[in-house]
Design a protein around this ligand. Structure first.
Ligand SMILES: [Fe+2]
Ligand SMILES: [Fe+2]
Length: 317
């Protein structure tokens, strides 16, 4: 665990300041119609959402252990969403400063307010804020995103964050919303989907017809290559939760788990979605295609990644 830097600033203030600000945040959110904290469901998504209903080792476990696996998988999904929304606030702040017109500045200021509401809404479903201690998880995907936001230029960031990641976020949150058992969580996620669609549209407008310059494309590629590598390795986090609760799993068991999780089909679908949103940069897509980065790894390859302990992080589901 460590502090996560965004735009050169430590995000966690000293605790006394956090306590003083908490009522201000609550009042501002309430004024915007933010609902009070909902009760936290023990298992917000069923086993089938993660593909666990086909996994032998999961089905053979006791009900208590199955609940623990499911709760862990749900916490991973919500924690990742919390930190992505938090980075979105930093992204909006940077883009507000880089804006070329009053309209653009307004769009990014409002986008930042949306991300702040999303972060609060996701935190409410987690029960406690995952950064309460002023730390963020050592997560390769979050680190990659934070670095991209920190160093990226206006057009590259509009493409990378809004067109690609928020485009992908629409599909991701939609799937999370449809699969959620708890109606409050379903409504929260459906609301986020609508906002992300607007953010995605804003990115397309900023990008305009000209798209990316060669320099922007190279900068985008530097972020997209590791991103795709993280996705190709399949649902490593789900397998890590199985390993933690029901393991340790050997290499053969892991391979079987990845096969039963239908990793190639599910991951292939995710890569196809991302490929679609990258389509605004055809030269980049062609290059990524040549590198084979839209191909999911096999179950045996995914198991090797897990075995090496080099989890690539963003299984993003
Ligand atoms: Fe958001
Ligand atoms: Fe967004």
């Amino acid at each position: 665990m460590r502090h996560l830097r965004v735009n050169g600033q430590l995000e966690a203030p000293p605790l006394p300041m956090a306590h003083r600000l908490r009522p201000i945040v609550a009042t501002a959110l309430a004024r915007d119609g933010h609902a009070p904290t909902p009760s936290v469901a023990a298992a917000p998504w069923p086993a089938s959402h993660f593909g666990l209903d086909k996994v032998t080792v999961y089905l053979a476990a006791t009900p208590a252990r199955r609940r623990r696996v499911l709760a862990g998988c749900a916490a991973d999904v919500l924690t990742e969403a919390f930190f992505v929304e938090k980075l979105g606030i930093g992204f909006a702040a940077k883009m507000t400063l880089l804006s070329l017109t009053s309209d653009e500045r307004t769009v990014y200021a409002l986008l930042g307010a949306d991300e702040a509401r999303h972060m609060a809404a996701v935190a409410a479903h987690l029960g406690e804020r995952p950064d309460a201690a002023g730390t963020a998880p050592e997560d390769p995907f979050l680190t990659l995103l934070a670095r991209a936001i920190d160093t990226g230029r206006r057009t590259t960031l509009a493409f990378l964050v809004q067109v690609v990641l928020e485009g992908w976020g629409i599909v991701h949150y939609c799937r999370l919303s449809r699969g959620a058992v708890d109606p409050a969580l379903r409504a929260t996620l459906a609301g986020i989907v609508k906002d992300e669609a607007l953010h995605h549209g804003g990115g397309l407008a900023v990008l305009g017809r000209d798209g990316l310059s060669p320099a922007d494309r190279r900068a985008a590629e530097a972020a997209v290559v590791p991103l795709l590598a993280m996705i190709r390795v399949g649902p490593q986090r789900v397998v890590a939760r199985l390993d933690e609760t029901l393991g340790p799993l050997g290499r053969r068991e892991r391979t079987q788990v990845f096969a039963e999780l239908d990793t190639e089909r599910r991951t292939g679908e995710q890569l196809a979605v991302l490929r679609g949103f990258l389509g605004r940069a055809p030269a980049l897509v062609a290059r990524l295609e040549r590198l084979g980065l839209f191909l999911p790894l096999s179950p045996a390859q995914c198991a090797t990644v897990a075995d090496d302990g080099s989890r690539a992080g963003g299984d993003l589901r």
